[in-house]
Design a protein around this ligand. Structure first.
Ligand SMILES: [Zn+2]
Length: 419
């Protein structure tokens, strides 16, 4: 039987969700709020009548399971939560496209596919309310820092454990959600690119190689405050001068790294007045690369440069690591299958890394073979109500995800036969 997914239905559902949970400023499905709960209730409604089981795990992730001949499971993931004033596609496209694929598989196999297929709506991917993203997926992967999460509060002073309790989630049990990955054989996630790469190449879809590793540091230069009128230029110990020289340097470092990115995102000075040479200058540096060695090199080069500039300017420098995460490369065989599915759908594919983190990074970290597919973002922009993707590209993304799901099921069966 040749059953096909109906991408137009996905587009209709995306618009319905937008009018149900958005306003003039964009999507308002912030996790652990009433609007988010409304969106999830609406989603559950869509699953009625399908031969599936819908369950919520210990971390609040919602699983829609189509049981197959084998418990080995193909997972398709997304997140229905959004940032405040968010776009209409970020996260929910993945969930609704996944549901459409699930419908196609259910009808093709008369409710019993050869492997189990599960669509997961991760809880709080965005971290918009508590400032910590990937809550549900990191609980599931076992990487959630419980002590840190316990202490998180929103802008109204409500603690995360209290906020999630209102949605039936018991904080001390969230890591129990890890059992959901027990039979996971592969994980797929479709996402809008949120950047301009596919747009600039004029391609609808791309296969994602993995998510960037991140090194995030604060760098503090310390010199000496001195009067801006009486201090000759050659007598100054200007902390800002040394810090400022880092700015062009990181562009060189990024260029040499072949594919990495570096950002100085903030700069503060002390005493910070117009009539004084800067005594202390603190900048933050965010560096990302898909290759762990290249990332380590970028970090070492920045550090070496900062020490050189400090020496030359007769100031001191110290580094403080704010955060880091290793790169999460995706599964090479699944990347190949993703490429194939894209080429069969629209002729040309392109491979690209993901700058932003996604739930897929957590699933990959848990050891589940993973791949993501990106669909072009118009304006190359997201986390904004102007976020958009051509409807024809949305439709192609559903078709390609469906083809990829088919290939992944074949891949899982082949692996089972091998072992
Ligand atoms: Zn997202």
């Amino acid at each position: 039987m040749n059953v096909k997914p109906d991408p137009q239905r996905t587009i209709r559902e995306l618009k319905e969700l937008r009018s149900l949970t958005g306003d003039d400023d964009g999507a308002q499905r912030i996790a652990f709020t009433d609007v988010w709960a409304t969106a999830r209730k609406w989603y559950r409604g869509l699953t009625e009548g399908l031969p599936v089981e819908v369950t919520t795990d210990a971390a609040g992730n919602v699983w829609t399971t189509l049981h197959g001949e084998s418990p080995r499971a193909l997972l398709i993931g997304g997140h229905i939560d959004s940032v405040p004033n968010g776009g209409w596609l970020d996260g929910c496209l993945n969930v609704l496209a996944g549901l459409e694929v699930l419908r196609r598989i259910a009808s093709q196999y008369d409710g019993k596919p050869p492997v189990t297929v599960r669509v997961v709506d991760w809880a709080d991917e965005e971290g918009a309310r508590f400032g910590k993203s990937l809550f549900g997926s990191s609980a599931c992967s076992g990487n959630l820092d419980m002590e840190e999460a316990r202490g998180l509060v929103d802008k109204d002073g409500i603690a995360l454990p209290d906020a999630i309790a209102e949605h039936g989630i018991e904080f001390d049990r969230v890591l129990d959600s890890g059992t959901e990955l027990k039979n996971a054989a592969a994980y797929l996630e479709l996402h809008i690119e949120q950047g301009p790469v596919l747009l600039d190449l004029d391609l609808p879809l791309g296969a994602v190689l993995g998510t960037f590793g991140v090194e995030r540091h604060a760098i503090t230069f310390r010199g000496q405050a001195a009067h801006s009128g009486s201090t000759p230029m050659d007598r100054r110990r200007d902390a800002f001068l040394a810090a400022a020289r880092m700015s062009p340097e990181i562009y060189q470092i990024a260029a040499r790294s072949k594919g990495g990115v570096c950002t100085i995102g903030s700069c503060t000075t002390k005493p910070g007045i117009v009539t004084s040479v800067v005594e202390e200058c603190r900048i933050t540096l965010d560096q990302r690369h898909l290759d762990g060695d290249a990332l380590a090199r970028m970090y070492a080069e920045a550090r070496e440069a900062s020490e050189r500039f400090a020496r030359e300017g007769n100031v001191e420098v110290s580094w403080e690591r704010l955060w880091h995460i290793p790169p999460r490369p995706f599964d090479p065989e699944l990347i190949d299958l993703c490429d194939e599915a894209i080429r069969e759908t629209c002729g040309t594919s392109h491979r690209l890394p993901s700058g932003p983190l996604h739930d897929a990074a957590e699933v990959a970290a848990a050891g589940v073979p993973t791949v993501m597919m990106f669909v072009q973002s118009l304006h190359g922009i997201s986390h904004n109500k102007i976020e958009d993707t051509k409807e024809e590209h949305i439709a192609q993304s559903v078709v390609a995800l469906d083809k990829l799901a088919d290939k992944a099921i074949g891949w899982i069966l082949k692996q089972a036969a091998r072992s």
